[in-house]
Design a binder for this molecule. Structure first.
Ligand code: NDP
Length: 285
């Protein structure tokens, strides 16, 4: 039976460390840390994410600046706001909640955010830095997964790591972070053949597919560490991951639950990035 990796606990310890450093910066240097969160339209899921981010800012002692814009906001108006935030010295990090309404080009907006304030690490400049291993902002969800692996004490170097999913926000950066830790990494996607056999070779298996219960116990190697990034809402309203927990936990040595695994980590890594941004902008690192 696997040990459960408690994402809430690990996330709380990351936030506690961020809060302690934030308080110290304020006392010793008079520095305040600020995060701007921009939401366009009234997507209920986005609303929940934005509220959680605001709450996390309060917990760690950041100022948060919320901009809730109307669904009909034009791309130009949103770019103008991003420009204002780029120049606002109270704002160390800018987060534009995705998805944006269809009439707005997401790439154009991401590219308009100053890379120094791009705490989601989605700007091409930050994506490129992740590729060459010289990054200061870690992509939040994959970085959260790395913290969870670290919490198990399992060494990544030399291990066979399989990532299912190749999105720009999860799968690809996840694979890069594992590679930087000297894992032997395989990236799988919808065209991958022999997925089950590949997964069965994984010492560390990360599922970022977006399909409920996609990874079943018979795809998990005995003793593997299993990280479930998936957040899927079932018809009965319950949340479920990409991994069939009951069968996978019988094989794994460590496994993340959904909810309470990778999910809570994403926001705490966002807080960590915002603190890093503030320190960089103040010339402290
Ligand atoms: P995407 O839909 O962008 O990517 C899904 C990936 O899964 C694609 O690369 C796709 O392959 C691959 N895939 C789909 N079907 C199969 C298949 N049958 N076999 C193998 N691979 C397959 O999703 P995201 O990466 O954005 O998100 C993945 C999951 O993680 C979602 O459930 C999302 O809600 C969750 N998520 C959770 C976060 C958190 O904070 N915990 C943050 C972000 C996402 P292909 O490229 O070939 O289409």
């Amino acid at each position: 039976m696997a040990q459960i990796i408690n994402g809430k606990e690990v996330s709380a310890s990351v936030k506690a460390a961020v809060a302690a450093e934030t308080a110290q910066l304020r006392e010793e240097k008079g520095l305040k840390v600020g995060l701007a969160v921009v939401i366009v339209g009234d997507n209920p899921a986005s609303r929940v994410y934005v509220n959680n981010k605001k709450k996390a800012c309060e917990e760690v002692g950041f100022q948060s600046f919320e901009y809730a814009l109307d669904e009909n906001t034009t791309e130009e108006q949103l770019r103008d706001l991003v420009d204002v935030l780029n120049r606002d010295s109270r704002v160390n990090g800018i987060l534009v909640q995705l998805p944006l309404p269809k009439h707005i080009n997401e790439t154009a907006i991401i590219n308009a955010i100053s890379p120094e304030k791009d705490v989601d690490a989605f700007h091409p400049s930050n994506v490129g830095k992740i590729m060459i291993g010289e990054y200061s902002f870690l992509p939040c969800t994959p970085a959260g997964v790395m913290e969870l692996i670290a919490s198990t004490g399992v060494e990544i170097a030399g291990k066979s790591c399989v990532v299912i999913g190749r999105s720009n926000i999860v799968g690809k950066p996840m694979a890069m972070l594992l590679l930087h830790k000297s894992g032997t990494v395989t990236i799988c996607h919808s065209k991958t053949q022999n997925l089950k056999e590949i997964c069965l070779g994984a010492d560390i298996l990360v599922a970022a597919v977006g399909k409920p219960n996609f990874v079943t116990g018979d795809m998990v190697k005995e003793g593997a560490v299993v990280l479930d990034v998936g957040i899927n809402r079932l018809e009965n309203g319950k949340l479920c991951g990409d991994v069939e927990f009951e069968s996978a936990e019988k094989k794994a040595s460590y496994i993340t639950p959904v909810p309470g695994g990778v999910g809570p980590m994403t926001i705490s890594m966002l807080m960590k990035n915002t603190l890093t941004a503030a320190k960089q902008q103040a010339g402290l690192i």
